[in-house]
Design a protein around this ligand. Sequence first.
Ligand code: ATP
Ligand code: MG
Ligand code: FE
Length: 346
Amino acid sequence: PLVLGIETSCDETGVGIVRGREVLANTIASSMAEQARYGGVVPEIAARAHLEALRPTLDAALAEAGVGLGDLDAIAVTAGPGLAGALMVGVGAAKGLAAATGLPLHGVNHLVGHVTADLLHARGAEPQPEELPTVALLVSGGHTSLLLVRDLLTDVEPLGETLDDAAGEAFDKTARLLGLPYPGGPSIDAAAADGDPAAIRFPRGLSSGKDRQRHRFDFSFSGLKTAVARHVEAAGDDLRVADVAAGFREAVVDVLVTKALDACAETGVPRLLLGGGVVANRRLRDVAVQRCAAAGVALRIPPFSLCTDNGAMIAGLGARLVAAGVAPSPLGFGVDSTLPVPVVQV
Ligand code: ATP
Ligand code: MG
Ligand code: FE
């Protein structure tokens, strides 16, 4: 099926068009530059930016795919989780389009969308075999989730998530502590290149003792952030930003990869899929590649344009729902900023 996907859960306005698993268009506008002035995503600004960007992004996607609205079989839109005001812009637009065209509309789960990214392939390229079950680690500015995916539509099980900050959020907040620019991920990555990751050992949250037993697959980054803040204060003028950046990055990466591989071992699933904007982190990729190879776990990392928030993954999930004969969402559906993961469609 030919499906249009709309994604507005955070600061990316994404419109994608797929034919089955083939990506015909994946157009993205981002309010990141505007958000940079505030050192984080401001929900109000994100919502307003979606409102302005949606129409041109939609037109660009249709042009790129070379299709018209009349060619589509269905529309899919992110219904949650995400920022309520931002989600509402996408859902409102999708309902308008559905009403105007008579097309069926599927309100879908953003996190399952991230998992779907791995099933998509570029225009004209050979599709890779679908490999399920898989453990999925989704790490971005808004989420840090470990999932067990046995079936995309019927069996996505949450194993754990962050109890406080998301991994990307931890990068952003820590960068601010170090006087590095937003977004913090890339700037910490750059600063860490000249640092010694072993110079300062920062805490690995929920990784030892009782915490680890109780929260085997959960994450916590607020203690790490506090440890960096204390270190910065104590170091004063002697602060070595490169070493702190390297030590911080090492702690985040270590905890993410360790817990993901623990999940593979415990579930007996020898596959790990990565998704989300933090996947841009060089060290995360390197450590994941090394440790997965050592553990005999097959690692999958979709192209970066499908790792960050995008419309193609939402369209891809919509196409799966259509192909499976799932009825569209009732038109009265609303957004759900905390939509839980087992709910694939609202
Ligand atoms: P959502 O949480 O809904 O997916 P988001 O906009 O917060 O939305 P993304 O756009 O996927 O998430 O990712 C942005 C986040 O990724 C930011 O927190 C940013 O700091 C982080 N990030 C980007 N590049 C890197 C990097 N090289 N290393 C670590 N983190 C990175
Ligand atoms: Mg973003
Ligand atoms: Fe996301």
